[in-house]
Design a protein around this ligand. Sequence first.
Ligand SMILES: [Ca+2]
Ligand SMILES: [Ca+2]
Ligand SMILES: [Ca+2]
Length: 433
Amino acid sequence: MPKRGLDRLFTYASPEIFAESPQKNQFTCAAKHIMQNTLNKIFSRHALTNVARIAAIAAACVTMSALTLAKPPITPPTEITLNIDSTDTTDSSDSSDTTQSNLVSACVCDLNQDRTVDSADLGTLLGLFGPCQSADPGDFNFDAAIDSSDLGTMLGNFGPCPSGLSWATVLQWNPDPDVVPDAAVRAKIVASGYPWRVLDTGTGIEMLLIPGGTFTMGCSASNSYGCYSDESPNHQVTLSKAFYLGKTEVTQAQWQAKMGSNPSTYKNYSDSPSRPVETVSWNDIAGFNTATGLRLPSEAEWEYACRGGTTTAFHSMPSYPNGTNVDSLLGNIAWYSSNAGSTTHAVAGKAANAFGMYDMSGNVWEWCNDWWGSTYYSTSPSMDPAGPSSGSYRVLRGGGWGYISDPCRSSYRDSVGPDPRGYGVGFRVARTP
Ligand SMILES: [Ca+2]
Ligand SMILES: [Ca+2]
Ligand SMILES: [Ca+2]
């Protein structure tokens, strides 16, 4: 906790503030005296860690609570319906509300719902001090009063709300509008209940949440290139569940750290650790994913994540929020034959798409989990398609540094057997929450 925050906390917790609260009559002069003494001691103990200071203040609050007027014992309910979804505009309950059974782990102390319990929530809580309806926001122990006991609960839960994901560290709960410009998409991410930007703890790979949704999969011709037969027919696909996808292709450094070796052809450059790993077969990646708990995206997940809401040959880029079919604009988002200089490049060097994904087009080709089938689109299920049940080739997507604009189109499909390793082929990882 930064000093400024700590100072604010001391200010909020001062007896003068309590004295102005609606409950001031519940605090005796003796209680104020004890509180003041405790705070003075805390101020004088500079060796205490911030955590210890907060704990000490919480203890003081409990002391205060013990000195308030006795109340009849109340049995807290085991669960409560909270208006915590993004569609709510009022406090009245509705069908979209979420029922939480563990109030602390649900981060009920996060009163402004920004997924972090901090001084902003503390200020709100202190502003609510006084009698209330049991289970009003801020009344964490359901005793029909917002008081120092609730304050102690909040102080004990300071920090980012838990993700509920055993494998992830939360970097950012809510999507950044500069990265995910569509408000409706941001609302869907928040409504998923999962954090937007996380770090896969085991690999250090940064991943972003892609919300479920429906899109048209298949042929998007560019101005210069039409589609191939395996990109048709266009068909509507629904991805029923949100999933995490690597913000970039897996880098050489990330592969090396997990696998202990680096198979990449372009590994002798100063920026090679930040370049995508390549010369990896589909079967090699199966080994990487077994070691990490990660997986490859399905082909449908890949195209949905690549398009980011666009229906054009190439996804969005600065000045072209709806994407473009103009092949000469591809260099804004992709390393390909016209700008790559016949080599890979450090990931995230070009503009990201509307989900915050880099290098979906170009740099290295990306393996998908699916078997490839030339006529699969005519039989693909509309919900969560996973590809043919068997085959000889696995799907590759996105084109690469050595290729023209044609295969960099969002709908272009290629296929290679699971064993060959190509110096233009890498991957990005997905994970089911
Ligand atoms: Ca908060
Ligand atoms: Ca209470
Ligand atoms: Ca790529």
